[in-house]
Every structure is written in C-alpha cells, then in structure tokens.
Design a protein around this ligand. Structure first.
Ligand SMILES: [Zn+2]
Length: 136
C-alpha cells in the first residue's frame, strides 16, 4: 500500500514543488512574468524551510540539464513529426521538422529554465518525512 500523505515524485517535479516536503512551490512568481524573474526562488521553501540554493553557485550546472531537456524535446518531436506528417529526404519535411523543433524549444525556454533547476534540486535533496516538523 502506498502512503497517502506523500505526494508522488513525478507530480511533485512537474508542479515544481520543494523536493524535501513536495508541498512548497519553488519559485517566487507562480506565472512566468516578468520574465526577468523567471528563475527567482525564495531563499527557503515556504512550507518546510528547505534551502533552495544549497550552496553558492549551486545552479551553475543547470545549463547541461536544460540542454538535455532540449535534446529530449527534439527527439520527442522527431517521433511525433514522423508519425503525424512523415519525414522524407525527398521533400522539405526535414526542414519543417527542424523549424518546429526549434520553435518548441524556444517557446518552452522559460519552462525549461525552471524545470532544469527543479530537476537539479531533486538530484541533491531527498524527500524528508519530517520536513514539516523540523521547519525552523
Ligand atoms: Zn519544502
């Protein structure tokens, strides 16, 4: 039996919740505007007090994560494009495929920037059952 009080890992990551308690939202602004504050995080999780920047420069490596996510989007779009429109080197479809992939990655850039930080934080912070009680 699954414990009911523990929010699922995937849905917690998807909704950008704190990795320690899976309840507190990790960013200052719910929406993506203003874009200049897109990756602004509160210093501590509002629910459990987990530090969001574990050490100075912690998020330096997130560029690699967003790069990996972008590559993943290219692959997903490749599969979808091939299934829906078909890809052939005898017409312009490879160019359309590339154009749609680039458009998707550019449009999703704000989401990618946030998601790469969330994934990065999840890689280093474990779920903590006692997160609620240990909040200072
Ligand atoms: Zn938390």
């Amino acid at each position: 039996m699954m414990a009911h009080h523990k929010p699922g890992l995937v849905s917690a990551i998807w909704s950008m919740k704190c990795p320690a308690c899976r309840k507190g939202f990790l960013f200052k602004n719910k929406g993506i505007f203003p874009l200049s504050q897109i990756t602004d995080m509160p210093e501590h999780c509002p629910e459990c007090g987990q530090k969001t920047e574990i050490e100075t420069g912690f998020y330096f490596g997130t560029g690699y994560v967003s790069y990996a996510l972008s590559v993943m989007l290219f692959v997903v779009n490749f599969v979808l494009y091939k299934l829906i429109f078909g890809l052939s080197f005898r017409d312009n479809s490879p160019y359309y495929y590339l154009a749609t992939s680039i458009t998707i990655v550019v449009l999703l850039q704000p989401w990618l920037m946030r998601m790469s930080r969330v994934i990065y934080l999840y890689a280093f912070v474990k779920y903590n059952d006692k997160a609620q009680e240990s909040a200072a």
